[in-house]
Design a protein around this ligand. Structure first.
Ligand code: PSU
Ligand code: MN
Length: 307
């Protein structure tokens, strides 16, 4: 007999789940590995406030000293945002951190696993991991993609980061049966930019339609996750033409320094932050807040269908 994993919920998360009110899960790798202190703490708290303002309850997911948390208080978020040696947890090492009493931040993959365990069906983040450029040599394909294929959680993102190979990422999602839905436009967004130059496979224009699509997918059976690609607001975007230069430079530096594995995404994000004089961080925060607003609306629409 194995005991189920105990989830430490904040009272507001526990109450909302018990009463069937809307809850939105949030990842913590974006805090520990995606942005520098203290902007990362401010972002995490502002995202939570945005979800509350949208009528839902935020549940930031992390492993603290081997305990799985759904919902963190302000003190814990502040500690996590400054902590060194926090593991970056994906499917492969999530259980390791729990078993070994470690502290770890959850990526998209691990946050989806935790959300499903907690009974949360909507999750807001910045961008998912995907097929890296040069993956035919490095084999670097994020576990986020397999998780989307198997775990029934709606992930609200600003698309895939343009540091990835976006066409191959879309192909890999299609193979895994993951619907990729652009919100309010035909184009697939590219994180810092509204238009990747590719057409998204699907498009929906409001939260109610997304909720309807989700309940239909459930009724059909065998559904995994769904990816919502929500374009960054116009006033915050950095056009793809400008970003592509910085991305090429960051990728070249990563190659020259031999950066590999889990370190690749955090390294590229921090290089791009320097190359854009901090502009990329402002855009990153704006798009996460924008995703939080949409996720709260989707969670509300699903809750009103009793789903
Ligand atoms: N998007 C961001 N910042 C991040 C990440 C995504 O804007 O820090 C994180 C997410 O947690 C995502 C992870 O799951 O990067 C992907 O890492 P990898 O490519 O190593 O799978
Ligand atoms: Mn990887």
């Amino acid at each position: 007999m194995t005991a189920p994993i105990k989830i430490e919920k904040t009272p507001e998360v526990a109450d909302a789940l018990a009463e069937g009110r809307p809850v939105v899960a949030l990842e913590s790798t974006i805090i520990t590995h995606g942005m520098p202190w203290p902007g990362n703490r401010d972002m995490a708290l502002e995202v939570e406030a945005t979800i509350r303002a949208g009528g839902a309850v935020p549940a930031t997911i992390a492993v603290i000293d081997g305990h799985l948390h759904a919902g963190l208080d302000e003190g814990t978020i502040t500690q996590l945002a400054q902590a060194k040696d926090v593991m970056k947890l994906s499917r492969a090492d999530f259980a390791y951190a729990l078993a070994e009493g470690r502290t770890g931040a959850t990526t998209v993959a691990a946050t989806m696993m935790a959300a499903r365990l907690a009974g949360i069906s909507v999750f807001a983040t910045g961008g998912i991991g995907g097929v890296h450029q040069g993956a035919s040599e490095s084999f670097d394909i994020s576990a986020d993609l397999d998780e989307l294929g198997r775990t029934p959680v709606i992930v609200v993102s600003a698309g895939a980061k343009a540091i990835l190979d976006i066409p191959k990422t879309i192909e890999a999602l299609e193979t895994r049966g993951v619907p990729v839905v652009a919100y309010g436009q035909d184009a697939m967004p590219a994180f810092w930019s509204r238009d990747s130059g590719l057409r998204a496979p699907l498009r929906l224009d409001d939260a109610a339609a997304i909720a309807r699509f989700e309940t239909t997918r459930r009724a059909l059976g065998g559904h995994g996750g769904m990816l919502i690609a929500n374009p960054v607001p116009l006033e915050d975007e950095i056009p793809a033409s400008e970003m592509n230069r910085h991305i090429a430079a960051a990728l070249a530096t990563a190659r020259a320094k031999g950066i590999e594995g889990k370190a690749v995404t955090p390294f590229l994000l921090s290089e791009i932050l320097d190359l854009t004089d901090g502009k990329s961080l402002k855009t990153n925060i704006a798009l996460v807040l924008n995703n939080a607003r949409l996720a709260a609306r989707i969670a509300t629409a699903l809750a009103s269908e009793g789903a």
